[in-house]
Design a protein around this ligand. Structure first.
Ligand code: GDP
Ligand code: GDP
Length: 539
Protein backbone atom coordinates (compact mmCIF):
# COMPACT_ATOMS: atom_id res chain seq x y z
CA UNK A 1 0.00 0.00 0.00
CA UNK A 2 2.63 2.48 1.05
CA UNK A 3 4.94 1.41 -1.68
CA UNK A 4 2.13 1.98 -4.07
CA UNK A 5 1.66 5.51 -2.89
CA UNK A 6 5.23 6.47 -3.38
CA UNK A 7 5.60 4.94 -6.74
CA UNK A 8 2.48 6.58 -7.98
CA UNK A 9 3.32 9.93 -6.60
CA UNK A 10 6.67 10.10 -8.29
CA UNK A 11 4.98 9.03 -11.48
CA UNK A 12 2.80 12.11 -11.43
CA UNK A 13 3.32 13.99 -14.59
CA UNK A 14 2.24 17.28 -13.13
CA UNK A 15 2.30 18.41 -9.52
CA UNK A 16 -1.24 17.54 -8.49
CA UNK A 17 -3.40 19.17 -5.86
CA UNK A 18 -6.90 17.99 -5.07
CA UNK A 19 -9.71 19.76 -3.28
CA UNK A 20 -11.65 17.47 -1.00
CA UNK A 21 -14.26 17.96 1.68
CA UNK A 22 -17.96 18.04 2.19
CA UNK A 23 -20.29 19.27 -0.52
CA UNK A 24 -20.86 23.00 0.00
CA UNK A 25 -17.60 23.53 1.81
CA UNK A 26 -16.60 25.77 -1.10
CA UNK A 27 -14.42 23.50 -3.22
CA UNK A 28 -15.71 24.73 -6.55
CA UNK A 29 -15.41 28.34 -5.46
CA UNK A 30 -11.80 27.81 -4.42
CA UNK A 31 -11.05 25.78 -7.52
CA UNK A 32 -12.29 28.59 -9.75
CA UNK A 33 -10.25 31.05 -7.78
CA UNK A 34 -7.07 29.01 -8.08
CA UNK A 35 -7.50 28.23 -11.72
CA UNK A 36 -8.64 31.76 -12.41
CA UNK A 37 -8.48 33.28 -15.85
CA UNK A 38 -5.89 30.84 -17.09
CA UNK A 39 -8.41 28.06 -17.04
CA UNK A 40 -7.59 25.08 -19.08
CA UNK A 41 -10.04 22.36 -18.32
CA UNK A 42 -8.27 19.23 -19.26
CA UNK A 43 -10.89 16.69 -18.72
CA UNK A 44 -14.22 15.69 -17.39
CA UNK A 45 -14.43 12.07 -16.48
CA UNK A 46 -17.84 10.81 -17.35
CA UNK A 47 -18.93 7.82 -15.40
CA UNK A 48 -19.00 9.38 -12.00
CA UNK A 49 -21.89 11.12 -10.39
CA UNK A 50 -20.27 14.43 -10.89
CA UNK A 51 -17.48 14.72 -13.35
CA UNK A 52 -14.09 15.12 -11.88
CA UNK A 53 -13.01 18.54 -12.96
CA UNK A 54 -9.36 19.24 -13.54
CA UNK A 55 -7.52 22.37 -14.48
CA UNK A 56 -3.90 23.23 -14.97
CA UNK A 57 -2.43 26.55 -14.02
CA UNK A 58 1.08 27.85 -13.59
CA UNK A 59 1.96 29.05 -10.10
CA UNK A 60 5.45 30.19 -9.16
CA UNK A 61 6.85 28.74 -12.34
CA UNK A 62 5.41 25.27 -11.81
CA UNK A 63 2.52 23.83 -13.74
CA UNK A 64 0.07 22.55 -11.18
CA UNK A 65 -2.93 20.39 -11.79
CA UNK A 66 -5.90 21.03 -9.54
CA UNK A 67 -8.63 18.45 -9.17
CA UNK A 68 -12.05 19.47 -7.90
CA UNK A 69 -14.25 16.73 -6.46
CA UNK A 70 -17.97 16.33 -5.96
CA UNK A 71 -17.62 16.07 -2.24
CA UNK A 72 -17.48 13.65 0.60
CA UNK A 73 -21.09 13.46 1.52
CA UNK A 74 -22.44 13.12 5.03
CA UNK A 75 -23.96 9.73 5.49
CA UNK A 76 -27.28 11.19 6.52
CA UNK A 77 -28.15 12.98 3.30
CA UNK A 78 -31.26 12.13 1.39
CA UNK A 79 -29.06 11.04 -1.51
CA UNK A 80 -29.44 7.49 -2.72
CA UNK A 81 -26.72 5.27 -1.34
CA UNK A 82 -25.00 4.47 -4.62
CA UNK A 83 -24.46 8.15 -5.26
CA UNK A 84 -22.89 8.72 -1.87
CA UNK A 85 -20.59 5.78 -2.44
CA UNK A 86 -19.57 7.02 -5.84
CA UNK A 87 -18.84 10.48 -4.50
CA UNK A 88 -16.69 8.95 -1.82
CA UNK A 89 -14.81 6.89 -4.30
CA UNK A 90 -14.21 9.92 -6.44
CA UNK A 91 -12.69 11.73 -3.49
CA UNK A 92 -10.52 8.75 -2.62
CA UNK A 93 -9.30 8.66 -6.16
CA UNK A 94 -8.42 12.30 -6.21
CA UNK A 95 -6.43 11.76 -3.01
CA UNK A 96 -4.53 8.91 -4.56
CA UNK A 97 -3.64 10.99 -7.56
CA UNK A 98 -2.49 13.98 -5.53
CA UNK A 99 0.75 15.29 -4.16
CA UNK A 100 -0.99 17.77 -1.90
CA UNK A 101 -4.54 17.58 -0.63
CA UNK A 102 -6.54 20.64 0.28
CA UNK A 103 -9.00 19.46 2.89
CA UNK A 104 -11.78 22.02 3.02
CA UNK A 105 -14.00 22.55 6.02
CA UNK A 106 -16.73 25.12 6.45
CA UNK A 107 -16.05 27.12 9.60
CA UNK A 108 -19.61 28.39 9.66
CA UNK A 109 -21.21 24.97 9.53
CA UNK A 110 -18.73 23.39 11.93
CA UNK A 111 -17.44 19.86 11.89
CA UNK A 112 -19.67 17.01 10.78
CA UNK A 113 -19.35 13.23 10.98
CA UNK A 114 -18.26 13.17 7.36
CA UNK A 115 -15.42 15.61 8.05
CA UNK A 116 -14.27 13.29 10.81
CA UNK A 117 -14.52 10.26 8.59
CA UNK A 118 -12.51 11.92 5.86
CA UNK A 119 -9.93 13.15 8.37
CA UNK A 120 -9.53 9.62 9.68
CA UNK A 121 -8.91 8.34 6.23
CA UNK A 122 -6.40 11.06 5.45
CA UNK A 123 -4.58 10.51 8.73
CA UNK A 124 -4.41 6.81 8.19
CA UNK A 125 -3.13 6.91 4.67
CA UNK A 126 -1.16 10.09 4.44
CA UNK A 127 0.21 11.08 7.80
CA UNK A 128 1.05 7.60 9.03
CA UNK A 129 3.37 7.01 6.11
CA UNK A 130 6.76 8.37 7.10
CA UNK A 131 7.98 8.43 3.54
CA UNK A 132 4.79 9.71 2.05
CA UNK A 133 5.19 12.26 -0.64
CA UNK A 134 1.70 13.50 0.06
CA UNK A 135 0.65 16.22 2.37
CA UNK A 136 -2.60 17.67 3.63
CA UNK A 137 -3.44 21.33 4.10
CA UNK A 138 -6.46 21.78 6.34
CA UNK A 139 -8.50 24.75 5.29
CA UNK A 140 -11.21 26.56 7.21
CA UNK A 141 -13.21 28.21 4.48
CA UNK A 142 -15.87 30.91 4.67
CA UNK A 143 -13.79 32.77 7.25
CA UNK A 144 -13.90 36.18 5.61
CA UNK A 145 -12.99 39.14 7.77
CA UNK A 146 -16.64 40.10 8.20
CA UNK A 147 -17.26 36.81 9.94
CA UNK A 148 -17.08 37.17 13.67
CA UNK A 149 -17.40 33.57 14.71
CA UNK A 150 -14.81 31.34 16.26
CA UNK A 151 -13.14 28.30 14.83
CA UNK A 152 -14.49 25.56 16.99
CA UNK A 153 -12.19 23.31 18.96
CA UNK A 154 -13.45 20.45 16.93
CA UNK A 155 -11.51 21.60 13.90
CA UNK A 156 -8.28 21.00 15.79
CA UNK A 157 -9.50 17.54 16.69
CA UNK A 158 -9.34 16.59 13.05
CA UNK A 159 -5.66 16.09 13.65
CA UNK A 160 -4.23 18.45 11.12
CA UNK A 161 -3.41 21.27 13.45
CA UNK A 162 -4.58 24.75 12.97
CA UNK A 163 -6.64 25.29 9.87
CA UNK A 164 -5.57 27.83 7.32
CA UNK A 165 -8.42 30.31 7.41
CA UNK A 166 -9.49 31.60 4.05
CA UNK A 167 -12.47 32.94 2.21
CA UNK A 168 -12.64 31.39 -1.20
CA UNK A 169 -15.50 33.64 -2.13
CA UNK A 170 -13.83 36.88 -1.14
CA UNK A 171 -10.31 35.87 -2.08
CA UNK A 172 -9.00 36.30 1.44
CA UNK A 173 -6.12 34.19 2.68
CA UNK A 174 -5.34 32.93 -0.80
CA UNK A 175 -1.82 34.39 -0.69
CA UNK A 176 -1.18 32.34 2.46
CA UNK A 177 -2.44 29.29 0.70
CA UNK A 178 -0.05 29.92 -2.18
CA UNK A 179 2.79 30.15 0.32
CA UNK A 180 1.78 26.86 1.90
CA UNK A 181 1.62 25.22 -1.48
CA UNK A 182 4.89 26.66 -2.64
CA UNK A 183 6.69 25.36 0.42
CA UNK A 184 5.54 21.85 -0.42
CA UNK A 185 6.65 21.75 -4.00
CA UNK A 186 10.05 20.10 -4.16
CA UNK A 187 13.00 22.11 -5.33
CA UNK A 188 13.62 21.61 -9.00
CA UNK A 189 10.15 20.30 -9.62
CA UNK A 190 9.72 22.51 -12.65
CA UNK A 191 12.93 21.08 -14.14
CA UNK A 192 11.88 17.52 -13.31
CA UNK A 193 8.67 18.24 -15.05
CA UNK A 194 10.52 19.16 -18.21
CA UNK A 195 12.47 15.95 -17.92
CA UNK A 196 9.29 13.91 -17.60
CA UNK A 197 7.77 15.74 -20.52
CA UNK A 198 10.84 14.91 -22.57
CA UNK A 199 10.62 11.23 -21.64
CA UNK A 200 6.98 11.11 -22.56
CA UNK A 201 7.67 12.70 -25.89
CA UNK A 202 10.44 10.19 -26.52
CA UNK A 203 8.08 7.32 -25.80
CA UNK A 204 5.45 8.78 -28.07
CA UNK A 205 7.98 9.22 -30.85
CA UNK A 206 9.24 5.70 -30.44
CA UNK A 207 5.80 4.17 -30.89
CA UNK A 208 5.10 6.47 -33.78
CA UNK A 209 8.37 5.51 -35.46
CA UNK A 210 7.46 1.82 -35.21
CA UNK A 211 4.12 2.37 -36.87
CA UNK A 212 5.72 4.58 -39.45
CA UNK A 213 8.25 1.90 -40.32
CA UNK A 214 5.39 -0.53 -40.94
CA UNK A 215 3.73 1.91 -43.27
CA UNK A 216 6.94 2.68 -45.10
CA UNK A 217 7.35 -1.00 -45.86
CA UNK A 218 3.86 -1.08 -47.24
CA UNK A 219 4.56 2.04 -49.22
CA UNK A 220 7.59 0.45 -50.83
CA UNK A 221 5.67 -2.71 -51.57
CA UNK A 222 2.89 -0.80 -53.30
CA UNK A 223 5.19 1.61 -55.16
CA UNK A 224 2.86 4.44 -54.16
CA UNK A 225 3.55 7.61 -52.23
CA UNK A 226 1.63 7.26 -48.97
CA UNK A 227 2.02 10.88 -47.92
CA UNK A 228 3.18 9.77 -44.52
CA UNK A 229 3.87 13.30 -43.37
CA UNK A 230 0.14 13.79 -43.17
CA UNK A 231 -0.24 10.50 -41.39
CA UNK A 232 2.26 11.69 -38.80
CA UNK A 233 0.37 14.88 -38.23
CA UNK A 234 -2.87 12.95 -37.81
CA UNK A 235 -1.15 10.52 -35.45
CA UNK A 236 0.10 13.33 -33.23
CA UNK A 237 -3.32 14.85 -33.12
CA UNK A 238 -5.05 11.62 -32.22
CA UNK A 239 -2.44 10.56 -29.68
CA UNK A 240 -1.56 13.72 -27.80
CA UNK A 241 1.39 13.19 -25.51
CA UNK A 242 1.48 16.47 -23.69
CA UNK A 243 -1.95 17.32 -22.38
CA UNK A 244 -2.67 15.15 -19.38
CA UNK A 245 -1.24 12.38 -17.27
CA UNK A 246 -4.55 10.66 -16.98
CA UNK A 247 -4.02 6.97 -17.11
CA UNK A 248 -7.12 4.86 -16.89
CA UNK A 249 -5.26 1.65 -16.12
CA UNK A 250 -3.61 3.25 -13.16
CA UNK A 251 -6.95 4.41 -11.93
CA UNK A 252 -8.20 0.87 -11.81
CA UNK A 253 -5.11 -0.29 -9.95
CA UNK A 254 -5.63 2.48 -7.50
CA UNK A 255 -9.10 1.22 -6.82
CA UNK A 256 -7.94 -2.28 -6.23
CA UNK A 257 -5.79 -1.05 -3.41
CA UNK A 258 -8.51 1.32 -2.28
CA UNK A 259 -11.09 -1.37 -1.87
CA UNK A 260 -8.92 -3.35 0.49
CA UNK A 261 -7.58 -0.28 2.17
CA UNK A 262 -10.78 1.39 3.05
CA UNK A 263 -13.88 -0.13 4.45
CA UNK A 264 -16.17 0.66 1.58
CA UNK A 265 -19.56 -0.84 1.89
CA UNK A 266 -19.96 -2.47 -1.44
CA UNK A 267 -16.49 -3.03 -2.75
CA UNK A 268 -17.45 -4.96 -5.83
CA UNK A 269 -19.95 -2.51 -7.15
CA UNK A 270 -17.57 0.36 -6.49
CA UNK A 271 -14.79 -1.34 -8.35
CA UNK A 272 -17.14 -1.77 -11.22
CA UNK A 273 -18.03 1.88 -11.17
CA UNK A 274 -14.44 2.77 -11.64
CA UNK A 275 -14.05 0.43 -14.53
CA UNK A 276 -16.91 2.23 -16.13
CA UNK A 277 -14.86 3.91 -18.75
CA UNK A 278 -14.02 0.44 -19.94
CA UNK A 279 -17.68 -0.55 -19.87
CA UNK A 280 -20.28 0.05 -22.46
CA UNK A 281 -22.12 3.24 -21.69
CA UNK A 282 -25.60 3.00 -23.02
CA UNK A 283 -28.17 5.77 -23.35
CA UNK A 284 -31.83 5.21 -23.93
CA UNK A 285 -33.51 7.97 -25.86
CA UNK A 286 -36.85 8.51 -27.53
CA UNK A 287 -39.92 10.67 -27.58
CA UNK A 288 -41.88 11.05 -24.35
CA UNK A 289 -44.10 8.09 -23.54
CA UNK A 290 -42.43 5.63 -25.87
CA UNK A 291 -41.66 3.57 -22.77
CA UNK A 292 -38.11 4.48 -21.77
CA UNK A 293 -38.73 4.27 -18.04
CA UNK A 294 -40.54 1.01 -18.49
CA UNK A 295 -37.61 -0.39 -20.44
CA UNK A 296 -35.07 0.77 -17.89
CA UNK A 297 -37.12 -0.90 -15.21
CA UNK A 298 -37.29 -4.05 -17.25
CA UNK A 299 -33.49 -3.97 -17.53
CA UNK A 300 -32.93 -3.43 -13.90
CA UNK A 301 -35.79 -5.56 -12.79
CA UNK A 302 -36.13 -3.32 -9.83
CA UNK A 303 -37.15 0.16 -8.82
CA UNK A 304 -35.32 2.85 -10.63
CA UNK A 305 -33.00 5.03 -8.62
CA UNK A 306 -34.29 8.54 -8.80
CA UNK A 307 -31.81 11.37 -8.82
CA UNK A 308 -32.44 14.66 -7.22
CA UNK A 309 -30.46 17.83 -7.36
CA UNK A 310 -28.66 17.71 -4.08
CA UNK A 311 -25.59 19.91 -4.07
CA UNK A 312 -22.63 18.06 -5.38
CA UNK A 313 -24.58 15.14 -6.72
CA UNK A 314 -25.43 14.24 -10.23
CA UNK A 315 -26.57 17.14 -12.28
CA UNK A 316 -27.68 15.61 -15.48
CA UNK A 317 -27.00 11.97 -15.65
CA UNK A 318 -27.73 8.88 -13.68
CA UNK A 319 -25.48 5.92 -13.99
CA UNK A 320 -26.80 2.50 -13.30
CA UNK A 321 -24.90 -0.68 -13.76
CA UNK A 322 -26.28 -3.56 -15.64
CA UNK A 323 -24.57 -6.88 -15.85
CA UNK A 324 -25.16 -8.79 -18.99
CA UNK A 325 -23.60 -12.17 -19.60
CA UNK A 326 -20.71 -11.32 -17.33
CA UNK A 327 -20.02 -8.04 -19.10
CA UNK A 328 -20.95 -4.69 -17.68
CA UNK A 329 -23.17 -2.19 -19.32
CA UNK A 330 -23.77 1.16 -17.74
CA UNK A 331 -27.03 2.92 -18.38
CA UNK A 332 -26.62 6.62 -18.87
CA UNK A 333 -30.02 8.07 -18.29
CA UNK A 334 -30.43 11.76 -18.44
CA UNK A 335 -32.71 12.89 -15.70
CA UNK A 336 -35.56 14.80 -17.16
CA UNK A 337 -35.47 12.82 -20.34
CA UNK A 338 -38.27 10.66 -19.15
CA UNK A 339 -39.91 13.51 -17.37
CA UNK A 340 -40.55 15.65 -20.43
CA UNK A 341 -44.27 15.45 -20.82
CA UNK A 342 -44.07 17.86 -23.67
CA UNK A 343 -41.45 20.14 -25.09
CA UNK A 344 -40.58 21.12 -28.56
CA UNK A 345 -38.66 18.74 -30.71
CA UNK A 346 -35.75 21.10 -30.95
CA UNK A 347 -35.47 21.57 -27.25
CA UNK A 348 -35.61 17.85 -26.70
CA UNK A 349 -32.92 17.16 -29.24
CA UNK A 350 -30.64 19.98 -28.30
CA UNK A 351 -30.50 19.55 -24.60
CA UNK A 352 -30.97 16.30 -22.78
CA UNK A 353 -30.79 14.00 -25.72
CA UNK A 354 -27.59 15.46 -27.11
CA UNK A 355 -26.04 15.20 -23.69
CA UNK A 356 -27.08 11.58 -23.39
CA UNK A 357 -25.69 10.81 -26.84
CA UNK A 358 -22.39 12.50 -26.17
CA UNK A 359 -21.90 10.73 -22.86
CA UNK A 360 -22.52 7.30 -24.27
CA UNK A 361 -20.94 4.73 -26.54
CA UNK A 362 -24.20 3.21 -27.66
CA UNK A 363 -27.70 4.57 -27.98
CA UNK A 364 -30.98 2.71 -27.93
CA UNK A 365 -33.49 4.79 -29.82
CA UNK A 366 -36.88 3.68 -28.66
CA UNK A 367 -39.84 4.14 -31.00
CA UNK A 368 -43.44 3.06 -30.74
CA UNK A 369 -44.09 0.12 -33.02
CA UNK A 370 -47.81 0.89 -33.46
CA UNK A 371 -46.90 4.42 -34.58
CA UNK A 372 -43.87 3.57 -36.68
CA UNK A 373 -40.91 5.82 -37.42
CA UNK A 374 -41.87 9.47 -36.98
CA UNK A 375 -39.86 12.40 -38.35
CA UNK A 376 -38.62 13.10 -34.82
CA UNK A 377 -37.39 9.52 -34.52
CA UNK A 378 -35.51 9.83 -37.78
CA UNK A 379 -33.97 13.08 -36.70
CA UNK A 380 -32.80 11.51 -33.46
CA UNK A 381 -31.35 8.55 -35.37
CA UNK A 382 -29.38 10.92 -37.57
CA UNK A 383 -28.01 12.76 -34.55
CA UNK A 384 -26.73 9.50 -33.09
CA UNK A 385 -25.05 8.55 -36.35
CA UNK A 386 -23.57 12.02 -36.77
CA UNK A 387 -21.99 11.73 -33.35
CA UNK A 388 -20.44 8.42 -34.38
CA UNK A 389 -22.24 6.44 -31.73
CA UNK A 390 -23.66 2.95 -31.97
CA UNK A 391 -27.35 3.10 -32.82
CA UNK A 392 -29.92 0.43 -32.08
CA UNK A 393 -33.55 1.09 -32.90
CA UNK A 394 -36.06 -0.61 -30.68
CA UNK A 395 -39.76 -0.76 -31.63
CA UNK A 396 -41.58 -0.88 -28.32
CA UNK A 397 -45.20 -1.77 -27.50
CA UNK A 398 -45.08 -4.65 -29.95
CA UNK A 399 -47.88 -6.22 -27.88
CA UNK A 400 -50.22 -3.49 -29.10
CA UNK A 401 -49.69 -4.38 -32.76
CA UNK A 402 -52.30 -6.93 -33.87
CA UNK A 403 -50.84 -10.21 -35.01
CA UNK A 404 -51.90 -9.85 -38.62
CA UNK A 405 -50.35 -6.37 -38.78
CA UNK A 406 -46.93 -7.21 -37.36
CA UNK A 407 -45.44 -8.12 -40.75
CA UNK A 408 -46.57 -4.89 -42.36
CA UNK A 409 -45.40 -2.71 -39.47
CA UNK A 410 -41.94 -4.28 -39.47
CA UNK A 411 -41.68 -3.86 -43.23
CA UNK A 412 -42.76 -0.22 -43.13
CA UNK A 413 -40.16 0.61 -40.52
CA UNK A 414 -37.44 -1.19 -42.50
CA UNK A 415 -38.32 0.59 -45.75
CA UNK A 416 -38.46 3.92 -44.00
CA UNK A 417 -35.04 3.35 -42.49
CA UNK A 418 -33.54 2.10 -45.69
CA UNK A 419 -34.63 5.14 -47.68
CA UNK A 420 -33.99 7.83 -45.07
CA UNK A 421 -30.87 6.66 -43.25
CA UNK A 422 -27.55 6.03 -44.93
CA UNK A 423 -26.20 3.68 -42.29
CA UNK A 424 -26.12 0.12 -43.58
CA UNK A 425 -27.14 -2.94 -41.64
CA UNK A 426 -29.24 -1.11 -39.11
CA UNK A 427 -31.36 -3.60 -37.22
CA UNK A 428 -34.67 -3.00 -35.52
CA UNK A 429 -35.68 -5.10 -32.56
CA UNK A 430 -39.35 -5.21 -31.70
CA UNK A 431 -40.03 -5.54 -28.02
CA UNK A 432 -42.60 -5.12 -25.32
CA UNK A 433 -40.96 -3.42 -22.37
CA UNK A 434 -44.15 -3.94 -20.41
CA UNK A 435 -44.33 -7.68 -21.03
CA UNK A 436 -40.56 -8.15 -21.01
CA UNK A 437 -40.65 -9.54 -24.53
CA UNK A 438 -37.33 -9.53 -26.45
CA UNK A 439 -35.77 -7.14 -23.92
CA UNK A 440 -32.68 -9.32 -23.43
CA UNK A 441 -32.01 -9.23 -27.17
CA UNK A 442 -31.20 -5.56 -26.87
CA UNK A 443 -28.13 -6.14 -24.72
CA UNK A 444 -26.96 -8.98 -26.97
CA UNK A 445 -27.14 -6.73 -29.97
CA UNK A 446 -25.43 -3.84 -28.18
CA UNK A 447 -22.54 -6.11 -27.17
CA UNK A 448 -22.05 -7.25 -30.71
CA UNK A 449 -22.27 -3.72 -32.12
CA UNK A 450 -19.80 -2.53 -29.51
CA UNK A 451 -17.24 -5.05 -30.72
CA UNK A 452 -17.63 -3.84 -34.28
CA UNK A 453 -17.41 -0.23 -33.18
CA UNK A 454 -14.05 -0.94 -31.53
CA UNK A 455 -12.66 -2.99 -34.37
CA UNK A 456 -9.44 -2.14 -36.21
CA UNK A 457 -8.48 -3.41 -39.62
CA UNK A 458 -4.83 -3.52 -40.63
CA UNK A 459 -3.62 -1.29 -43.42
CA UNK A 460 -2.50 -4.32 -45.39
CA UNK A 461 -5.92 -5.97 -45.37
CA UNK A 462 -7.64 -2.71 -46.23
CA UNK A 463 -5.48 -2.04 -49.24
CA UNK A 464 -5.84 -5.57 -50.53
CA UNK A 465 -9.60 -5.15 -50.33
CA UNK A 466 -9.30 -1.73 -51.98
CA UNK A 467 -7.46 -3.19 -54.98
CA UNK A 468 -10.17 -5.82 -55.40
CA UNK A 469 -12.93 -3.24 -55.04
CA UNK A 470 -11.40 -0.98 -57.68
CA UNK A 471 -11.40 -3.87 -60.12
CA UNK A 472 -15.09 -4.61 -59.60
CA UNK A 473 -16.29 -1.01 -59.39
CA UNK A 474 -14.94 1.13 -62.22
CA UNK A 475 -13.77 4.47 -60.86
CA UNK A 476 -15.96 7.47 -61.68
CA UNK A 477 -14.93 10.05 -64.23
CA UNK A 478 -15.93 13.67 -64.59
CA UNK A 479 -15.41 15.38 -67.95
CA UNK A 480 -12.54 13.13 -68.77
CA UNK A 481 -10.89 13.37 -65.34
CA UNK A 482 -10.61 10.03 -63.60
CA UNK A 483 -10.84 9.57 -59.87
CA UNK A 484 -7.96 7.55 -58.52
CA UNK A 485 -8.04 6.00 -55.08
CA UNK A 486 -4.45 5.49 -54.04
CA UNK A 487 -4.57 3.80 -50.68
CA UNK A 488 -6.37 3.89 -47.37
CA UNK A 489 -5.86 3.29 -43.70
CA UNK A 490 -7.95 3.11 -40.56
CA UNK A 491 -7.07 6.16 -38.58
CA UNK A 492 -9.13 5.30 -35.49
CA UNK A 493 -11.89 3.16 -33.98
CA UNK A 494 -14.97 4.17 -31.95
CA UNK A 495 -16.31 4.82 -34.59
CA UNK A 496 -14.20 3.16 -37.27
CA UNK A 497 -12.75 6.00 -39.33
CA UNK A 498 -10.71 5.74 -42.49
CA UNK A 499 -8.47 8.03 -44.45
CA UNK A 500 -8.90 7.40 -48.14
CA UNK A 501 -6.26 9.08 -50.30
CA UNK A 502 -7.43 10.15 -53.73
CA UNK A 503 -6.03 12.27 -56.54
CA UNK A 504 -8.87 14.79 -56.38
CA UNK A 505 -11.76 14.41 -54.01
CA UNK A 506 -14.06 16.61 -56.09
CA UNK A 507 -14.16 13.72 -58.55
CA UNK A 508 -15.81 11.44 -55.98
CA UNK A 509 -19.46 10.76 -56.78
CA UNK A 510 -22.01 10.33 -54.03
CA UNK A 511 -23.16 6.99 -55.35
CA UNK A 512 -19.66 5.66 -55.67
CA UNK A 513 -18.88 6.65 -52.11
CA UNK A 514 -22.07 4.93 -50.97
CA UNK A 515 -21.06 1.71 -52.70
CA UNK A 516 -17.55 2.05 -51.39
CA UNK A 517 -18.77 2.47 -47.82
CA UNK A 518 -21.30 -0.31 -47.92
CA UNK A 519 -18.88 -2.72 -49.54
CA UNK A 520 -16.24 -1.89 -46.92
CA UNK A 521 -18.86 -2.30 -44.20
CA UNK A 522 -19.80 -5.72 -45.50
CA UNK A 523 -16.26 -6.94 -46.08
CA UNK A 524 -15.02 -6.12 -42.60
CA UNK A 525 -18.22 -6.65 -40.63
CA UNK A 526 -19.06 -3.10 -39.66
CA UNK A 527 -22.79 -3.55 -40.21
CA UNK A 528 -24.88 -1.33 -37.98
CA UNK A 529 -22.08 0.95 -36.79
CA UNK A 530 -21.32 4.35 -38.25
CA UNK A 531 -18.26 4.18 -40.47
CA UNK A 532 -16.48 7.39 -41.35
CA UNK A 533 -14.72 7.87 -44.64
CA UNK A 534 -12.46 10.88 -44.78
CA UNK A 535 -11.25 11.73 -48.24
CA UNK A 536 -7.78 13.17 -48.52
CA UNK A 537 -6.24 14.67 -51.63
CA UNK A 538 -2.81 13.37 -52.42
CA UNK A 539 -1.00 14.85 -55.33
P1 GDP B 1 -18.64 22.73 -3.14
O1 GDP B 1 -19.90 21.94 -3.13
O2 GDP B 1 -17.72 22.30 -2.05
O3 GDP B 1 -17.98 22.79 -4.48
O4 GDP B 1 -19.04 24.21 -2.71
P2 GDP B 1 -19.27 25.54 -3.57
O5 GDP B 1 -17.98 26.09 -4.04
O6 GDP B 1 -20.32 25.26 -4.59
O7 GDP B 1 -19.79 26.50 -2.44
C1 GDP B 1 -20.96 26.22 -1.68
C2 GDP B 1 -21.59 27.48 -1.20
O8 GDP B 1 -20.73 28.15 -0.27
C3 GDP B 1 -21.85 28.48 -2.32
O9 GDP B 1 -23.08 29.10 -2.06
C4 GDP B 1 -20.71 29.47 -2.19
O10 GDP B 1 -21.07 30.75 -2.66
C5 GDP B 1 -20.48 29.47 -0.70
N1 GDP B 1 -19.10 29.84 -0.37
C6 GDP B 1 -17.95 29.33 -0.92
N2 GDP B 1 -16.87 29.94 -0.37
C7 GDP B 1 -17.34 30.83 0.53
C8 GDP B 1 -16.71 31.77 1.43
O11 GDP B 1 -15.50 31.91 1.45
N3 GDP B 1 -17.52 32.49 2.21
C9 GDP B 1 -18.88 32.37 2.18
N4 GDP B 1 -19.59 33.11 2.99
N5 GDP B 1 -19.49 31.52 1.37
C10 GDP B 1 -18.74 30.75 0.54
P1 GDP C 1 -41.24 7.31 -21.16
O1 GDP C 1 -41.89 8.65 -21.10
O2 GDP C 1 -40.58 7.09 -22.48
O3 GDP C 1 -40.35 7.00 -20.01
O4 GDP C 1 -42.44 6.24 -21.13
P2 GDP C 1 -43.00 5.33 -19.96
O5 GDP C 1 -42.05 4.22 -19.66
O6 GDP C 1 -43.43 6.19 -18.85
O7 GDP C 1 -44.25 4.67 -20.69
C1 GDP C 1 -45.33 5.43 -21.17
C2 GDP C 1 -46.57 4.58 -21.17
O8 GDP C 1 -46.44 3.49 -22.09
C3 GDP C 1 -46.84 3.95 -19.81
O9 GDP C 1 -48.24 3.98 -19.60
C4 GDP C 1 -46.36 2.52 -19.98
O10 GDP C 1 -47.05 1.62 -19.16
C5 GDP C 1 -46.68 2.26 -21.44
N1 GDP C 1 -45.79 1.24 -22.01
C6 GDP C 1 -44.45 1.20 -21.95
N2 GDP C 1 -43.98 0.11 -22.60
C7 GDP C 1 -45.05 -0.56 -23.08
C8 GDP C 1 -45.23 -1.77 -23.85
O11 GDP C 1 -44.30 -2.46 -24.22
N3 GDP C 1 -46.51 -2.11 -24.15
C9 GDP C 1 -47.59 -1.38 -23.77
N4 GDP C 1 -48.78 -1.82 -24.09
N5 GDP C 1 -47.45 -0.24 -23.05
C10 GDP C 1 -46.20 0.17 -22.71
Amino acid sequence: MLRFFRSFSTKNFLYTVSLVGRPNSGKSTLFNHLIGGSTSLVHNTPGLTRDRIEGITNLFGVDIKFIDTAGWDPTDTPNPKPIIEKMKLQTLNAIKLSDTILFLTDVRAGISPSDIELAQYLRKTVLSDKNATKDVILIGNKAESSWLGDVSNEVYKLGFGEPLLISAQHGEGIADLYEELKSRIPEGYADDFKERLKKRKEKHNKIKAERLAELEDLEKESGEDFNLKEWERAYDKLNPWDNSDYDSDNEIDINKSLASDFNLKDKDSLMENMKKHKMIQLAIIGRPNVGKSTLINAFLNEERVITDNQPGTTRDALYLDHVHKGKKICLVDTAGLTKHSRGTVNKLIQEDVMKAIKFSHAVVLQIEAPVGLTPVDLELAKKVIDEGRILLIVGNKWDLVPKDMKGKVAKDVAINLHTKITLKGLNVIFISALQNYNVSKIMDEIQSLYEKWNKRVSTGLLNRWLEAFKKVQPLPTSQGALLRIKYMMQIKARPPSFYVYVNDRSLMKENYLKNFTSSLTKEFGFEGVPVRILLRDKH
